[in-house]
Design a protein around this ligand. Structure first.
Ligand SMILES: NC(=O)c1ccc[n+]([C@@H]2O[C@H](COP(=O)([O-])OP(=O)(O)OC[C@H]3O[C@@H](n4cnc5c(N)ncnc54)[C@H](O)[C@@H]3O)[C@@H](O)[C@H]2O)c1
Length: 345
C-alpha cells in the first residue's frame, strides 16, 4: 500500500460525496477526506448539521458543499449527486453512510417501520451505487448508458481524468449486525446484511467499469445514534456491550481509520471489513463459503472451501470467543467444538 503522504498527495484535488455526513461516522470520514485535500459534499437529512460540517471543513481551509437530502427519497439523493457534480465536476469517492438503527418488534409491530428501514438502509444504497457509478463512469448521475469503450473511466484510483468520468471508489457503511444476526433489531440487521451482499455482488461488474466498491462493518461506536439508543434502551445496549469482546465502545476515529483503508487500498475489491468491539479488524472472505460456487460443489458435492490465511486465522483467533463466531471459518476451534455447527468436509 502507498504511504500516507503519497496517498494525501494523490487525493488532493479529488472529490467525495458522503451521505449522512452531518454526524457520527459520516462526519468523521468527511473531515478526514477534507483534511487530505478532497472536496466534500455533505449530504444529510438534517440541513443544519450538514451546513455545520461543511462550515467546519471550510474553516480548516478545505472545500465543501452541503445539501439537505433524505436518501429515502430518490429525487433528493439524485439532486445531491447533481449538485456535487455541478460544484466539483468529478466524483472520486461516494460514501453511502446514511442509515437508521432501530429495534422495533418485527412480528407485532407496524410494517411501515420495516418498509422505512428498507428504504433508507437498502434501497437508498442501491440507488446511491447507481448514481455514483454514473458519475464516476460517465460524468453525470443522469447518464443513461456507459460511454463507448475507450472513452470512459478505467481507473478506480481516480487519478486519470477522461472524457467520461474519473473512475472511483464506493464505500457502503454496513454494520457488524449485517454479519451477525442482531435479534433485537431484525430490520436493521437484515438490511445491513443485504447491503454488504450487494457490495459483493457488484464488486466484479463495477471493477470492470473502473469503480471499486467495499463495505465497512463497524461494531458499536460512540456516535449520536448510539448515545440516543443508550438513553432509550439502556438495558439492551448494556447487554450487547457485556457480551462483546473488549467491552468498550469504538471511537469514530477508529472507524475512520478502517474506512480510509478501504478507500485507499486498491486491493480491497468487494471487501467487507468488520471492526470488532475490541478494535481488531477481520475480512470474512466469500470463498470461505461452505458451498463453493464452482465445479463439483454445484452438483451438491462437498468440495472443500479455501482455508483462511495464517494472518487471517491469527486475527480471527485474537478475538475472544463470544459464541458468535463466523461459521465460515471451518478451522476455528470454536466452530469445531460448537454442538450447533455442522462441520463440512
Ligand atoms: N454507531 C454505531 O455503532 C454503528 C455501528 C454499525 C454501523 N453503523 C452505521 O453507520 C452509519 C452512520 O451511523 P452513525 O452511528 O454515525 O449515526 P449518526 O446518527 O451519528 O449519523 C447518521 C447521520 O445520518 C443522517 N441521516 C439519517 N437518516 C437519513 C436519511 N434518510 N437521509 C440522509 N441522512 C440521514 C442523520 O441526520 C445523521 O446526521 C449508519 O449507516 C449506521 O447504521 C453505526
Amino acid at each position: 500500500m502507498a504511504s500516507p503522504i503519497a496517498i494525501a498527495s494523490i487525493m488532493k484535488g479529488q472529490a467525495a460525496l458522503v451521505t449522512g455526513a452531518g454526524s457520527g461516522i459520516g462526519r468523521g470520514l468527511a473531515l478526514e477526506l477534507a483534511g487530505r485535500g478532497v472536496a466534500v459534499t455533505i449530504a444529510d437529512i438534517n440541513p443544519e448539521s450538514a451546513a455545520q460540517v461543511a462550515a467546519e471543513i471550510e474553516a480548516l481551509g478545505g472545500q465543501a458543499a452541503s445539501v439537505a437530502c433524505d436518501v429515502a427519497d430518490s429525487s433528493q439523493q439524485l439532486a445531491a449527486f447533481r449538485l456535487h457534480m455541478q460544484r466539483f465536476g468529478r466524483l472520486d469517492y461516494a460514501l453511502l453512510n446514511a442509515g437508521v438503527g432501530n429495534t422495533f418488534d418485527a412480528i407485532w409491530g407496524p410494517m411501515d417501520s420495516w418498509q422505512k428501514t428498507i428504504s433508507i438502509n437498502l434501497t437508498a444504497v442501491v440507488e446511491g451505487v447507481r448514481m455514483a457509478t454514473r458519475c464516476m463512469v460517465a460524468g453525470s448521475p443522469d447518464a443513461e448508458a456507459p460511454p463507448p469503450a475507450g472513452d470512459g473511466a478505467r481507473s478506480s484510483t481516480g487519478s486519470d481524468s477522461t472524457a467520461g468520468g474519473t473512475g472511483g471508489v464506493i464505500l457502503v457503511v454496513s454494520s457488524l449486525a449485517g454479519v451477525y444476526p442482531l435479534s433485537t433489531g431484525p430490520a436493521y440487521s437484515s438490511t445491513k446484511a443485504a447491503a454488504l451482499q450487494l457490495v459483493r455482488c457488484f464488486a466484479q461488474p463495477l471493477m470492470a467499469q473502473g469503480v471499486r466498491i467495499a463495505a465497512l462493518c463497524p461494531s458499536m461506536t460512540l456516535t449520536p445514534m448510539v448515545e440516543k439508543w443508550q438513553k432509550d434502551e439502556p438495558e439492551v445496549v448494556a447487554a450487547l456491550m457485556a457480551s462483546a469482546p473488549g467491552n468498550r465502545m469504538l471511537t469514530v476515529a477508529e472507524i475512520t481509520k478502517a474506512g480510509m483503508t478501504l478507500l485507499t487500498d486498491s486491493s480491497k475489491v468487494g471487501s467487507v471489513l468488520v471492526v470488532y468491539q475490541n478494535g481488531s479488524w477481520l475480512e470474512p472472505r466469500t470463498e470461505f463459503s461452505p458451498v463453493a460456487m464452482d465445479g463439483e460443489a454445484r452438483g451438491g458435492g462437498t468440495k472443500a472451501a479455501a482455508l483462511p490465511t495464517a494472518q487471517q486465522q491469527a486475527t480471527h483467533d485474537s478475538v475472544p470467543p463470544t459464541g458468535c463466531c463466523l461459521p465460515f471459518f471451518r478451522r476455528c476451534p470454536r466452530v469445531a467444538n460448537d454442538p450447533h455447527s455442522t462441520r463440512i468436509g
